[in-house]
Design a protein around this ligand. Sequence first.
Ligand code: GDD
Ligand code: MN
Length: 250
Amino acid sequence: MANRKTSEPSRDIKDRYSVLLPTYNERENLPLIVWLLVKCFTESGYDYEIIVIDDGSPDGTLEVAEQLQKIYGEDRILLRPRAKKLGLGTAYIHGMKHASGNFIFIMDADLSHHPKFIPEFIEKQKEGNYDLVSGTRYRGNGGVYGWDLRRKLISRGANFLTQVLLRPDASDLTGSFRLYKKNVLENLVERCVSKGYVFQMEMIVRARQLHYTIGEVPISFVDRVYGESKLGGNEIVSFAKGLLTLFATT
Ligand code: GDD
Ligand code: MN
């Protein structure tokens, strides 16, 4: 059970935050991100669980996750692995099905998304009772650190093209540090067709179509130190396909 503080009357006692952490070869990063998450939730007093969705990482990420589960407890760390690499979009869907929280955080496990922003997401959500709160690298104090020019151009280009074609009116369409009301996430996921990285973009476009309210929190995205990005040429092609499909069908 949660050891939440009873001296915090402003907090809705039933709110629980499920954090979905998709992993593929994140052995070095996982202990640190989990430690930071536990620290952040413990200090802020919000109830939480962390769901690790590992896709059969050959580097032994799952074994590391099992160790972390022993350290922090089975009520805090849930393991929902899949046998092989089936893509980022479906990893979130898989994790979501096992979430017990009424709110769901989606974030990367490679420390590019720092848990220190989590209280800001939660406060922003409460401030406007937003259906979703999106971390943005492209507004306010947000930013990207450590990417080369190629990667910056890919991200900016993807955002620019999507803005022009679909006008979703959000400043970061491809980012993946977000907080959703669980029922909103479920509803959106049902309508989304994409499986890979393009999923994030489709989610926010569909959220606008359904007139869900979107809050934004500036975040800094810091490129990973350990391991490699899984974004390759294939993902760029499927992004372009996804974008055109959305353009043609909405
Ligand atoms: N389970 C699972 N299965 N996890 C995966 C898979 C997969 O097929 N592919 C990637 N991941 C995990 C990684 O282990 C990491 O925790 C997270 O998903 C993001 O993957 P990265 O490979 O680190 O992505 P990135 O840094 O290139 O891309 C980031 O920026 C993009 C553009 O803003 C991510 O935040 C993307 O979601 C984002 O679209
Ligand atoms: Mn990354």
